[in-house]
Design a protein around this ligand. Structure first.
Ligand SMILES: C[S@@+](CC[C@H](N)C(=O)[O-])C[C@H]1O[C@@H](n2cnc3c(N)ncnc32)[C@H](O)[C@@H]1O
Length: 290
């Protein structure tokens, strides 16, 4: 796995060396939701609050809800994330999201009040209205999962999310860039120019497609840095199966928070591993809960 060790922001190098050495276990597609769940678990121990937006929130495998990111994040403890926005195009999956919302246990006295908003429809069309009706305060930590299968997430949607907060850290993004089947999916497009211009936002998609593997992922990361000014942007490979195989996606993690990249490495290494002890988590829990 060491060939997929990416350069870390210099400020984080020492921390990174202490917390992780390399990506120990490959995350494969069945476990990508666990990666997001584990990362948010760590992050919430630091922020004690936050908003979670999921633009493509329906389950990929409706018969295996344990692989469903929205469910893992909603059910994660402690329940300190306060606002959820779960968006989905398929009417059937919107129903699943509603049942998930309705099955959540009542809050305890110690837990903050929670809101769970379900937005039915095309996220590219609803994102603007959703953020206008529920603006994320500048000081609030916010995360958005963009788990597209191929070209479902328009670049304009990514831009809307990145530009939403007027100060403080931008909405953190988990953007799924398809890799292994990207070229095949492109050849299957009827209106290739139109579809790719919408997906990638400009004509530099040909530069993206001209690259392979990690170079392609790095090229995409650079765009999040240069166009939206995210401070820390790194690609995390999601493999075909447990033993490795093809790199199916890169999860591009874009954040302004200094701890974000080390925590994502930690989550990547721990998503499938053993539970950590209170001592190991001490660095995250040094301030009191709300
Ligand atoms: C890859 S799956 C998401 C998997 C999910 N994150 C999980 O953990 O299982 C993509 C989802 O996006 C939905 N979808 C596709 N196009 C969409 C759009 N334009 N707006 C909102 N949802 C969309 C699909 O119906 C599907 O449920």
């Amino acid at each position: 796995m060491s060939e997929y060790l990416f350069e870390l922001p210099p400020k984080n190098l020492k921390e990174a060396a202490r917390k992780f050495r390399q990506l120990h276990h490959p995350i494969w597609t069945e476990n990508k939701a666990k990666l997001i769940g584990r990362y948010l678990y760590y992050f919430v121990l630091i922020t004690k609050h936050g908003s979670y937006i999921d633009g493509f929130a329906g389950p990929q495998e409706p018969d295996n809800e344990e692989m469903w990111a929205a469910k893992l994040v909603l059910e994660s403890r402690p329940r300190w994330l306060r606002h959820f926005y779960l968006c989905e195009l398929s009417a059937e999956k919107v129903k699943m999201l509603e049942s998930l919302r309705d099955s959540q246990p009542r809050k305890t006295k110690k837990e903050p009040r929670r809101t769970i908003t379900i937005c039915a429809g095309d996220f590219n069309a609803t994102v603007g209205k959703m953020l206008a009706e529920h603006p994320v305060p500048d000081k609030e930590a916010a995360f958005c999962l963009l788990d597209q299968r191929a070209f479902e997430c328009d670049w304009a949607t990514v831009a809307t999310l990145a530009a939403h907060k007027k100060a403080g850290n931008k909405i953190e993004l988990f953007y799924f860039l398809p890799n292994a089947w990207l070229d095949r999916s492109v050849s299957g497009l009827k209106d290739k120019q139109g579809a790719l211009a919408k997906w990638w936002g400009d004509t530099s998609w040909n530069q993206l497609l001209a690259r392979r593997g990690i170079d392609r992922a790095k090229y995409a990361c650079e765009r999040f840095r240069s166009e939206f000014n995210y401070k820390h942007v790194y690609p995390f490979p999601i493999y075909e199966r447990r033993e490795g195989g093809k790199m199916m996606y890169f999860m591009i993690h874009a954040s302004d928070h200094e701890e974000a990249t080390p925590l994502m490495y930690r989550a990547y290494n721990k998503a499938l591993g053993t539970r950590e002890t209170a001592e190991q988590l001490e660095f995250l829990t040094s301030t009191p809960a709300p």
